[in-house]
Design a binder for this molecule. Sequence first.
Ligand code: FES
Length: 112
Amino acid sequence: MPQVVVLPHEELCPEGAVFEAEAGVTVCDAALANGVEIEHACEKSCACTTCHVVVREGFDSMEEADELEEDLLDKAWGLEPESRLSCQSLIGDKDLVVEIPKYTLNQVSEKH
Ligand code: FES
């Protein structure tokens, strides 16, 4: 089974996390199942950007984002070329290293 490394995030997993996940499961579901509470404000229906992650390793092993995901990602805080919405990205057959950005748009709008 592919291994998923979640890099440390101040609030969600200060120590980072490492777990195994089955291919075909979304990054979001796998993280939630392993105690990393990635935000998922739209309940994983590809209608928000709170589940945004940056895939630091293994990006190419996942299926490409569809148009809807890309459009939403454009609005995400801290967008990078290897950004994905974790509720839409299925784990492939390779290990992944995932970073959860410091903020989501929800948090940014709450703070400003
Ligand atoms: S939880 Fe809203 S797009 Fe993923």
